[in-house]
Design a protein around this ligand. Structure first.
Ligand code: ZN
Length: 314
């Protein structure tokens, strides 16, 4: 029986996940190493290759896929810049790993690998047009049309976080104003909360943070909401409505059958989804809205590594 197996590598800022994945996107074996930010790219690549080779099915692997945040030349497999590995500039990652492993290597950014992962894990490989939105510190997106990742002319398609939802809004790191990321990215959610708490007291959040609001994260806001904190629920309602504006834009523009949300902010679940869905419904074409399934990924922590492995099928 010849069963196709792929190796996926998800290079995060704290750990590097490595997994063997089968042709249906299921993990059969996995391991990880710590991301040592001080190591040279060559040394880190060596460590990754050595760790991967320890996996039982490693000899049967057809190809290797790597997902990494940042500005990636997906054709040449070059990491131009990555916020996870600040010392990496123009690293020819594909070339380095191919030399070490003698296998075909594919490199892409983590929003694209998350979308491929969501396609396989959340949609079971069965969606015709799926959009994945990564709600982390940054807000990214990946587009899967007809089982294939849509990359655009210069590999930057899917920059959903930088769609303008308020022309007069906050200044964004990208240079634009009012990008969706400046409302629904984790840091902005925290910043908004600190402002909101100035006029809306919350004993639950005060107790959870010891009144040190620099400790506010989406997780704190979610836990507070679970405890019945009205202020947190109101904050999530605000964030959800902003997300809903973006979702309506996507629904009208793409008419997808599935939108998957993943990443830290998405863990807020119904506190985020309910107001988002309401806003999305009010603003989008109704046939398109009804045809689109919106859900939070059940596999947030696995999407990157599975999607990376499945890059070979792209
Ligand atoms: Zn922006």
């Amino acid at each position: 029986m010849s069963k196709k197996l792929y190796l996926g590598i998800d290079m995060g800022g704290t750990s590097i996940k490595i997994a063997v994945v089968d042709a249906k996107g299921l993990i059969t074996e996995e391991t990880s190493i710590k991301t040592d930010l001080n190591q040279s790219p060559a040394k880190l690549a060596n460590d990754i290759a050595r760790q991967a080779a320890l996996l039982k099915n490693y000899p049967k692997i057809k190809s290797i896929g790597i997902g990494i945040a940042g500005d990636i030349d997906c054709e040449k497999g070059v990491v131009r810049f990555s916020p996870n590995l600040p010392k990496w500039r123009n690293v020819k990652l594909k070339q380095i790993i191919e030399k070490l492993t003698k296998k075909n290597v594919f490199v892409d950014n983590d929003a694209n690998t998350a979308a491929i992962g969501a396609f396989w894990l959340d949609a079971g490989g069965k969606s015709d047009n799926l959009i994945c939105i990564t709600l982390g510190t940054g807000v990214g997106g990946g587009l899967i049309f007809g089982k294939k990742l849509y990359r655009g002319k210069t590999c930057t398609a899917g920059e959903i976080g930088h769609i303008t939802i308020d022309s007069q809004g906050h200044k964004c790191n990208c240079g634009n104003r009012g990008c969706a990321e400046t409302y629904i990215g984790a840091n902005y959610v925290a910043r908004y909360s600190v402002d909101y708490l100035k006029t809306h007291k919350s004993k639950i959040i005060d107790d959870m943070t010891g009144k040190d609001y620099s400790k506010i994260t989406p997780k704190v806001l979610y836990d507070a909401a679970l405890k019945g904190d009205k202020t947190s629920v109101e904050i999530w309602k605000y964030v959800g409505e902003k997300l809903g504006v973006l979702l309506a834009d996507i629904v009208n523009f793409i008419n997808p059958d599935t939108i998957i949300l993943c990443g830290g902010v998405s863990l807020a679940g119904k506190f985020l989804i309910d107001p988002a869905q309401k806003e999305m419904k009010e603003r989008s074409f109704q046939t398109a809205y009804k045809a689109c399934k919106l859900q939070v990924s059940h596999y947030t922590s696995k999407l990157g590594v599975v999607g990376a492995a499945m890059l070979a099928e792209q």
